[in-house]
Design a protein around this ligand. Structure first.
Ligand SMILES: [Zn+2]
Length: 244
């Protein structure tokens, strides 16, 4: 097992539907508002991106038959006292930090130029929609349940990155490709196709474009070379047991 520096950037995120990454705060008549950075530009917080990629990785790990703990409830997750599951090795678990730093996804420079400046430009990133909250039990509109959500407009492009230290479990005795951990992380990134809330209503559909090369240790390596090992992902649990 080796601790290696990895660098996955840029991650280009194309959102082709309206995006709702809600702050959880209310502003005026709008119940759900989109996250804004200090310059008033829409962005996707790192925690939101990481949470979605984690879920995608859990899905992949379960699909190939690996043990995955029960996030996000802390008492269902791998504890600090035992061998963490592959997902916790990539994303961390309570009491066990993780050396990877996730950047917030910021608008790409061209879009920043369009929307920066005055309030009118900034406001062009957003629109609001008023919806009726249906009573699920009755299938009818519940009394007094009009709510207004804010969305970022369609076709925005964001850029993020992941850098830092990863404890790597070699695949087939090879750690230069970032092991099972980097393979799962890249596979998860590739699988994500919605961001933000309200995915079921068609908002936040997205594609995350991986860079062609990532850095592992001192080397730059083609992402395609890492994906060549994808059929071995299911070997992780056995490999990890042998390693103890
Ligand atoms: Zn776990």
């Amino acid at each position: 097992m080796a601790r290696m520096y990895v660098q996955i950037e840029p991650l280009l995120i194309e959102v082709d539907g309206p995006l709702a990454v809600n702050t959880g705060f209310r502003r005026g008549l709008i119940h759900r508002t989109v996250e804004r950075d200090a310059e008033g530009l829409a962005y996707i917080p790192a925690s939101s991106l990481k949470g979605r990629v984690r879920r995608a990785c859990e899905q992949i790990a379960r699909q190939v038959g690996l043990y995955v703990c029960r996030a996000p409830r802390p008492n269902g997750m791998c504890s600090a006292h035992k061998q963490p599951c592959l997902v916790c090795r990539v994303f961390g678990s309570p009491g066990r930090g993780n050396g990877l730093h996730w950047q917030d996804a910021r608008l790409v420079r061209n879009y920043q130029k369009v929307f920066a400046g005055d309030e009118g430009n900034r406001q062009a990133q957003f629109y609001t929609r008023t919806q009726v909250q249906l009573s699920r039990a009755l299938g009818i509109a519940a009394h007094d349940h009009l709510f207004t959500s804010e969305f970022a407009i369609e076709n925005l492009h964001f850029e993020a990155g992941i850098t830092g230290w990863l404890d790597i479990t070699p695949i087939a005795d090879e750690d230069a490709t970032g092991g099972y951990e980097l393979l799962l992380l890249l596979a998860g990134l590739r699988l994500v196709n919605t961001l933000g809330s309200g995915g079921s209503r068609g908002s936040g559909h997205c594609v995350i474009h991986l860079p062609e090369q990532v850095t592992v240790g001192q080397r730059s390596i083609a992402v395609a070379e890492i994906f060549a090992f994808v059929s071995l992902l299911n070997e992780f649990d056995r490999e990890a047991q042998n390693g103890t």
